[in-house]
Design a binder for this molecule. Structure first.
Ligand code: ZN
Length: 107
């Protein structure tokens, strides 16, 4: 997802139930619509909480900052999914670490 911070991309894919390695052409239009609206909501929320840029917000430890309490997947690799209790998977896509739930994100 070009132009969207990795944290927000992780969260939006989770919210929309889309697998991070899904190819754009394989995602149906309904899922894409959900994804777009989730990205908007997540970014609007982040900005409201004090984020002034669309870049990832991290504190001095390199961990997600005050937005962290709201995160469902990012930074939670090998922890349990907030939706189904499955163990979250962590993969590298290029330089980015992506965390997702293999049960909730199958599309
Ligand atoms: Zn899950």
């Amino acid at each position: 997802m070009v132009g969207v911070g990795n944290i927000y991309a992780n969260e939006a894919l989770f919210a929309a139930g889309i697998h991070p390695q899904a190819e754009a052409g394989q995602i149906d239009i309904e899922r894409l619509t959900v994804l777009v609206s989730e990205v908007k909501q997540i970014l609007a929320h982040a900005i409201k909480q004090g984020g002034t840029t669309l870049k990832d917000f991290t504190n001095a430890d390199g961990k997600p900052g005050y937005f962290a309490q709201k995160l469902h997947v990012y930074g939670r690799g090998n922890e349990t999914c907030t939706q189904c209790g499955n163990i979250l998977s962590e993969i590298k896509l290029g330089q980015r670490t992506t965390v997702f739930c293999g049960l909730c994100q199958q599309r």
